[in-house]
Write a protein that binds this ligand. Structure first.
Ligand code: PGA
Length: 255
């Protein structure tokens, strides 16, 4: 729906910053970035800032996203949860789902993540689903990596086939878990190979021809961004830590 073939850069702010004033400072810097660069800039904010930011920056080209949603589709007694409908009703069109930090810290399973994808689709929220292998899989080699990825991708693609997501975009963010927030160097050839594998896997299973695009995330920084951005077929990148540093993020977007 919204994906216009411009390179997409997603800034995942995680649980930063600690007040909205600091969030405004960052977003004001982002405004300059979107003016200069021909990119889609999606900013995944903590939910608490979403309404304020979506209202204040409504005239800008910044697109906002939540970082997670509940798997529950109806309102109910789910303390602490935020539903896809609540996010959508703020005028937000995207949500990250299945980030490795949520899989790890909150033990989100592949089944739960597929339910979250269903909840997003029902509300016409474009899902940005994160998948990636552990360091142990990486060390074990190609077979372990592809096995780990299929385990995460299969329930999501099955759900997408079941629900038919016409009019929506599904982003799959390939994020090697060992590279997230670690500063680890991930070879561009390696990223290229894994993204190709994901693309082939999805193409073979995506029976309803849903719009599915592949992103890369994991320690993207000003030094590696230009090489990663040149990977053929890559629709965008997901940036965590470096997105909170205006100088680094400006460089990443500009290269
Ligand atoms: P990072 O985070 O860029 O700090 O590695 C990526 C992410 O949030 O997935």
């Amino acid at each position: 729906m919204l994906y216009n073939k411009k390179f997409t850069i997603i800034a995942n702010w995680k649980m930063y910053p600690e007040d909205y004033y600091k969030a405004q400072n960052l977003l004001n810097n982002y405004l300059k970035i979107t003016e200069i660069n021909k990119i889609n800039l999606i900013v995944a904010l903590p939910d608490i800032y979403l309404k304020l930011a979506a209202t204040e920056y409504t005239a800008s080209s910044i697109i906002f996203s939540s970082q997670n949603i509940s798997n529950q589709q109806l309102t109910g007694a789910f303390t602490g949860e935020i539903s896809a409908a609540m996010i959508k009703n703020l005028g937000i069109h995207y949500s990250i789902i299945g980030h490795s930090e949520c899989r790890d810290h909150y033990k989100e399973t592949n089944k739960l993540i597929a339910q979250k994808v269903a909840a997003a689709i029902k509300e016409k929220l474009n899902p940005i689903v994160c998948v990636g292998e552990t360091k142990a899989d990486f060390i074990a080699g190609k077979l372990a990596v592809t096995k780990a990825l299929i385990k995460q991708l299969k329930p999501v693609i099955n759900m997408v086939n079941k629900l038919q997501i016409s009019g929506l975009d599904l982003f799959i963010a390939y994020e090697p878990i060992w590279a997230i927030g670690s500063g680890s160097k991930v070879g561009v050839n390696y990223i290229n190979q894994v993204c190709k594998f994901i693309n082939n896997y999805i193409s073979s299973k995506n029976i309803n021809k849903a719009n599915i695009y592949i992103l890369y995330g994991g320690s993207v920084n000003p030094d590696n961004a230009s090489k990663i951005k040149k990977i053929s077929g890559l629709a965008g990148i997901l940036v965590g830590g470096a997105a909170l540093d205006p100088i680094k993020f400006t460089k990443i977007c500009a290269t």
